[in-house]
Write a protein that binds this ligand. Structure first.
Ligand code: MN
Length: 199
């Protein structure tokens, strides 16, 4: 079985006070791990289980398999989109943010707008096109950009379980904290650099 729960890249209390240790614990141990278990149940022992997760998502013709596989992948990217005390974007990513999104403040506003504007459960994304152009958009439920020509640089989980224990219905408070304090622009910069080097 090739699907595993990737380790959290930080301690469970590392995102406090913005995201509580309890939220991280339940989100990671129950929700993220739950999707891994459901994926195992759905395709464990089949040839698909030997494929890379990205390929399973791209090739899934069953909605349930797509949903659980995408949720495993989305959550791994989510944890790797967050970190305490991240500095601002640098280098090529910073230049692209200025060029395509009107600067970091505007990029943060666009991400917050996408995250708050997704009506139900979903995700907000910072994406790069094949030519390196950036865009911000949201997706519904488990949808992600793997079947598109865009590469995900950052994602924000806006399912209620991501914030409800901490701020209940006030999604915008969670989103603001993530966008202003927790996004890992260094990792996003590495993903962006890998894209232009053809990696
Ligand atoms: Mn989630």
């Amino acid at each position: 079985m090739s699907f595993e729960l990737d380790p959290l890249p930080f301690e469970r209390d590392a995102l406090e006070p913005h995201i509580s240790a309890r939220t991280v614990e339940i989100h990671y141990e129950k929700h993220h791990r739950g999707y891994v278990s459901k994926l195992e149940k759905a395709i464990g022992g089949t040839p698909a289980a030997e494929r890379p997760l990205e390929d399973v998502i791209r090739e899934a013709d069953d909605a349930q398999v797509f949903n659980v596989a995408a949720q495993v992948w989305n959550h791994t990217l989510y944890w790797n989109s967050l970190c305490p005390g991240a500095g601002p974007p640098e280098g090529a990513l910073a230049a692209a943010i200025d060029r395509d999104l009107g600067g970091l403040a505007a990029a943060r506003r666009a991400l917050a707008e996408a995250a708050n504007g997704e009506f139900g459960s979903g995700w907000a994304w910072l994406l790069a096109d094949v030519d390196g152009r950036l865009r911000v958009q949201s997706s519904t439920d488990a949808e992600n950009p793997l079947r598109s020509r865009y590469t995900a640089l950052l994602t924000i989980d806006v399912w209620e379980h991501a914030y409800y224990l901490d701020v209940q219905n006030e999604r915008d408070r969670y989103v603001q904290a993530v966008v202003d304090q927790l996004l890992d622009w260094q990792k996003a910069g590495k993903r962006y650099a890998a894209l232009s080097s053809g990696a």
